[in-house]
Ligand binder design. Sequence first.
Ligand code: ACO
Length: 429
Amino acid sequence: MTDSLTVRDNRTGAEYEIPITDGTIKAADLGQIKLNDDTPGLATYDPGFVNTASCRSSVTYIDGEAGILEYRGYPIEQLAEKSNFLEVAYLLVHGDLPSKEQYDNWVHHITYHTFVHENVKAFMQGFRYDAHPMGMLMASVGALSTFYPEAANISDPDNRQIQIIRMIAKMPTLGAWAFRHAQGKPYVYPDNDLSYAENFMSMLFKMSEVKYDPDPRIAKALDTLFILHADHEQNCSTNAVRSVGSSQVDPYSAVSAGIGALFGPLHGGANEAVLKMLRRIGSKSEIPAFIEGVKAGNERLMGFGHRVYKNYDPRAKIIKKACDDVFEVTGVNPLLEVAQELEKIALEDEYFVKRKLYPNVDFYSGLIYEALEFPPEMFTVLFAIGRTPGWLAQWLELVQDKEQKIARPKQIYTGERKLDFVPAAERWA
Ligand code: ACO
């Protein structure tokens, strides 16, 4: 067997042999296929990158057909059950599980970098009272680049590490403050005695008590949700981080772009859309009519379908279990019944079966977030906090990858050519 592709250009009759490596051909190799020397070479047209690998990566493995997700080779189910978010963050960023000393060091540093410069606080307080917390998070993470200008020195490994620690550490602080801002409540400073998830809860919910006392079951559920969101290989926001990072800008600017991408309803905003949808459906009896509307193409069943998973999203299974733990503390969210029935009906329906549409990570996460009394605008902020180590692991890989170049796709130009410009005064005369 030869690892190559023989291509015959039927326009010219010429044949080309293109090497196949790791199940891919290099798009640049197609450039040699030309009608003649004066025309550009053949290119691929792939809006949305549906069949284009943009990098080599050893961070996350997904087999969408089989419903498998692994971080650095470890199955998500085992990490969610037996690890914790900061250990998973270490694994993603460093590529290996930490020794006891490495773990303690990592947790210590992240814990002690949770505070932000007081001017960040003033900056956040300047937002309008009803500012969307994702907008506040995106802006404040971008603004951190001005507080740490040395972050621009991305070729220095020690410098990269400290920015990574800072970003993982400060994200809950910024996210919690965005939450408090909308409620007109004072921002709460980090409590370094608490774990990552507990400290986040303290910054979100603490009022006049001297010390916030987090419910360990809720803290565990939040920690699990962070683990489930920690990375997902080349998704829209990670691609945004890599694309912006490919210009060699500092990591705060790159991650801020990722937060922008995550904000969109087709990506991280889907859980908010799921909840709105469930609320609109309201009761089990309304489900058949809703499903008919989806099948007629009037709208989508939010929280279903995935570009990669053509099977049950493994994260959705774990979230379903976390639902039980959270509802034990908060009481059952009445929309859970509607969601479960919707899932059951959809999974038996020919339309969804044929298109391999299964619940994704967002189908149940919104129900948990709502039970925890987060307003829907906060859901994507929680996602962003969880995804930060993944973005940073991918960014780190990008900046050390000699094969990477500045992201700059081609286009197929469809506009006019060689028009004669007539000045406005003449056109409007
Ligand atoms: N409801 C109804 N039909 C759907 C849905 C859905 N949720 N998702 C896909 N389809 C249908 C499409 O209409 C299309 O049908 P057709 O072949 O008859 O035209 C077919 O399934 C394929 O859909 P595409 O849009 O081509 O699939 P793509 O991979 O581009 O989209 C996406 C994936 C965006 C996630 C899509 O399934 C969707 O919009 N889902 C709802 C939003 C959602 O839950 N997003 C969260 C994703 S997870 C995350 O980002 C964390």
